[in-house]
Write a protein that binds this ligand. Structure first.
Ligand code: FAD
Length: 353
């Protein structure tokens, strides 16, 4: 058996330390729930949970994920977000406090990335076939791209908080908000909050490529989360981190793509060009206090490309790990804030600029 049990969730892998499988005992119990959600997979792993905390836990996990899906999905016509997108007017629409927090985070990160991360990019995501719409059979024309771009821009979206509640408003009736880039992190944070409410202090939860862990694994070691090498071999780890209660998320151009007329098209869209990114940065990983925060930054950094992403990470003091394609392979870089989380790394060149 390998040194670790490798479990893939998006572009990060969960490495549940298992050098020696431990027999279950009162102090060393492992519990796991997993399944499909939001077009991807979720996983909850617990170590030594209090017995009463497990009563009804699976049902509560499903409820949390269902609630988030009902709010954020653009794949469901009746979600809160789809109703906002399909509403053909400009009057403020009510949203929950949690959804307002998500959108405030998206607007803040969007502004700091100079619009590279833009949750109104939906018309372009759909045009290129990465949303609920089918993939195009022909390369979108410049006229189609320009037409979709005319409906994109964070300045068209307004969030207001009043005594009466939180309101979301658009000044273009056909603005289309796509929260896919933060949705997995949002749901991961909610699963972590559920564990905390249940008095569970040793957990690792993930939705897609967003992960949070707290406490120690069933082997009384740090939970190990691996950043995947940008290859088709899913079990290769580029680096392994101990999250120490933080959230992590990776955005990559090497897993979610398709080929059209001989060109490889990534699901990350540059709002400035209206086209899938086409540069050498292949993976951006961010560790932050919440998974949602990490999930917002990673996409923005991917859009910016290696040099601008490094500069922004340094300016903002972000914990960032980048993998860039070179003529001979891959080059990695980490910000000083990322280094304390690393417990194993291959081929890292942190000082190289
Ligand atoms: P990330 O890098 O985190 O985000 C990339 C995604 O963000 C792109 O796929 C695109 O949608 C969007 N994006 C692209 N460029 C930008 C940009 N410049 N700025 C901002 N956003 C950008 N998929 C299904 O196939 N079926 C489903 O039923 C389904 N339901 C979902 C429900 C919810 C609530 C959510 C949040 C997602 C759902 N998805 C579904 C989408 C799917 O799981 C996505 O692939 C995933 O959310 C994207 O995450 P990622 O980690 O792959 O990429």
């Amino acid at each position: 058996m390998n040194k670790y049990a490798v479990i893939i969730t998006g572009a990060v892998m969960l490495l549940a330390g298992c050098d020696k499988p431990s027999p279950p005992s009162a102090d060393n119990q492992a519990w796991m729930a997993e399944g499909k959600t939001m077009g991807t997979f979720y996983r909850v792993m617990l170590a030594s949970p209090p017995a009463d905390a497990l009563v009804g836990l699976k049902e509560q996990i499903s409820q949390v994920l269902e609630q988030d899906n009902h709010e954020l999905s653009t794949y469901r016509q009746d979600s809160v977000l789809s109703r906002f997108n399909h509403y053909n007017g400009t009057a403020p629409q009510p949203i929950s406090a949690a959804m307002a927090d998500l959108i405030a985070t998206a607007l803040r990160i969007g502004a700091k990335t100079g619009g590279a991360m833009d949750i109104t990019v939906g018309p372009l995501v759909n045009l290129w076939g990465f949303g609920p719409d089918k993939q195009p059979v022909l390369m979108p024309t410049q006229a189609q791209i320009d037409s979709a771009r005319a409906r994109v821009g964070l300045h068209h979206l307004r969030l207001t908080e009043e005594v009466s509640g939180q309101w979301l408003q658009k000044d273009l009736p056909d603005l289309y908000v796509d929260l896919s880039t933060l949705g997995e992190g949002y749901a991961t944070d909610h699963l972590a909050a559920l564990m905390e409410r249940r008095g569970i202090t040793r957990y690792l939860v993930s939705v897609g490529g967003a992960v949070i862990s707290r406490g120690l694994s069933p082997q009384d070691k740090p939970w190990r989360v691996a950043i995947q090498k940008p290859t088709d071999r899913e079990v290769d780890a580029q680096a392994v981190v101990d999250l120490q209660g933080h959230g992590i998320s990776t955005s990559g151009s090497y897993r979610n793509y398709y080929e059209l007329q001989g060109k490889r098209l990534s699901h990350i869209i540059d709002p400035a060009t209206g086209r899938p990114i086409d540069h050498k940065l292949v993976s951006a990983t961010v560790i932050a206090t919440t998974a949602m925060e990490a999930d917002g930054w990673d996409t923005g950094l991917m859009v910016l490309g290696t040099e601008k992403a490094k500069a922004l990470a340094e300016q903002q003091g972000l914990a960032v790990y980048l993998i860039t394609k070179t003529e001979t392979g891959f080059e990695t870089w980490m910000s000083p804030q990322f280094r304390p989380f690393i417990i194993q790394a291959t081929d890292t060149q942190p000082e190289k600029r």
